[in-house]
Ligand binder design. Structure first.
Ligand SMILES: [Fe+2]
Length: 425
């Protein structure tokens, strides 16, 4: 398999009778032109990131504007507003790609020089498969001990909203975040991410994730038409192309514990860049379009892709040109037993392993999933993200000032968290 999967929504049972789907050759040819212009620009290794962005502004963006105007001529006003927001997000994601993933990144990759032969072999793995694994049980123990407060808060969340997401970012003041950052440095994850992307990378965040068997935020998208939750449910790729992520298990993870999965090699499959960016754009614009829970982790309707759940929104999807229909989280839309579903499942690798299993992966390009826990299963894991940016070291005085401030903020955070715990018990 070398091409990224394309879902044919017009023939999916969840969309039957919602048409008619309209043929729009003018839109199709505009999309093809945008794809060609953008693909050619991505290939231009002689241009710097700034020059590529300038060409994008002059040669690609006007075509995107024309397409949006064209779509607006026939779209319902409410849905066109949603489409406009999706296109805005798509442009940003295309700009980010030019900035971070342009052809020049490997030609000027100074990070390679600092790599040992073991690091080079890991780099080879992530380039080939889209992921690389490590083992560090001491790091898992350390992070586990230092996240007692966050774990208590997540247990409360699990009790209060058992079907929803159960995850929280570790505050920069948390000893758990510091332990995660230390573990990442010790394993050489930042250096590896730098050599993979050919860009300086900085620690972006660490998040604690508790998956358990009460969660159903990803289930029954097409229950209304009698289609069971797909075997490929929650297969997706991430939104941010400038981020490289790592999953670190804090406890042993077996088959039923929501193991992380990655479709080997899928990060390198060719894909239509503009269409993918628009699908990403619709996903990110959904948070303005559909009401969220107070903690912004879930949609009020419960299911995590609201635009696919209700027939009126599915109908809107069908009014788009076929190339633009879709989502970064497309696994729920594949039919069990279809060629595509079987092909992805066959190539999917499950990472079961003891506490301290670490998987670094290219999540914005590779297809992956995790947290689909079987009956009685549970998973505690930390996700660590690095973002392409600067690695300028802070001046000494600023680091000292932050160390002092961090202590004060930590006390405030702990008091706040303990109050929260007290209120709920
Ligand atoms: Fe992801």
């Amino acid at each position: 398999m070398t091409l990224f999967p394309v879902v044919d929504y017009a023939s999916h049972p969840g969309f039957t009778g919602l048409g008619p789907t309209k043929d729009d050759p003018a839109a199709d040819s505009m999309i093809a032109e945008i794809e060609t212009a953008y693909a050619q620009l991505c290939e231009r290794a002689e241009l710097s990131a700034e020059q590529r962005l300038l060409v994008f502004e002059r040669q690609v963006e006007p075509r995107i504007d024309s397409l949006l105007r064209h779509l607006g001529e026939t779209a319902a006003p409410g849905f066109h507003r949603f489409t406009t927001n999706a296109f805005l997000a798509a442009r940003q994601s295309m700009r980010d790609y030019l900035r971070v993933r342009g052809r020049d990144r490997l030609a000027h990759n100074s990070a390679l020089k600092a790599l040992s032969s073991a690091d080079l072999s890991r780099l080879e793995n992530i380039r080939r498969d889209g992921f690389v694994t490590f083992q560090d049980s001491a790091a898992a123990r350390d992070i586990w001990c230092k996240t007692w407060l966050e774990r208590a808060l997540l247990r409360v969340r699990k009790r209060k909203a058992p079907t929803r997401h159960c995850v929280m970012p570790l505050s920069p003041t948390s000893p758990g975040a510091a332990a995660a950052e230390r573990a990442a440095e010790k394993l050489g994850l930042r250096k590896l991410a730098e050599s993979y992307l050919g860009k300086p990378m900085e620690f972006c965040y660490a998040a604690l994730d508790h998956s358990h068997d009460g969660q159903n935020w990803h289930e029954s998208c097409y229950g209304d038409v009698g289609v069971d939750t797909a075997k490929t449910v929650y297969m997706h790729f991430d939104a941010d192309c400038d981020i490289i992520k790592t999953m670190l298990y804090l406890q042993d993870v077996g088959e039923e514990d929501g193991a992380f999965h990655f479709v080997t090699g899928s990060h390198a499959w060719e894909r239509p860049q503009f269409a993918t960016a628009v699908q990403r754009g619709f996903d990110s614009a959904s948070s303005d379009e559909f009401p969220l829970t107070e903690d912004k982790l879930d949609y009020l309707t419960g299911y995590y892709r609201p635009r696919f759940k209700q027939p009126e929104h599915r109908r809107n999807l069908l009014t788009l040109p076929a190339a633009l229909r879709g989502s970064t989280h497309f696994g729920d839309d594949l039919l069990d037993g279809s060629h595509l579903s079987d092909a992805l499942l066959e190539r999917e690798h499950a990472f079961t392993g003891p506490a301290g299993t670490v998987v670094m992966f290219d999540g914005s390009h590779g297809i992956h999933r995790g947290g689909q826990v079987g009956r009685g299963g549970t998973r505690w894991a930390v996700q660590i993200a690095f973002r392409a940016g600067t690695t300028k070291k802070q001046p000494f005085w600023r680091r000292i000032r932050w160390a002092g401030k961090r202590r004060v903020l930590r006390i405030r955070d702990v008091i706040r968290s303990l109050r929260q715990l007290q209120e709920t018990t």
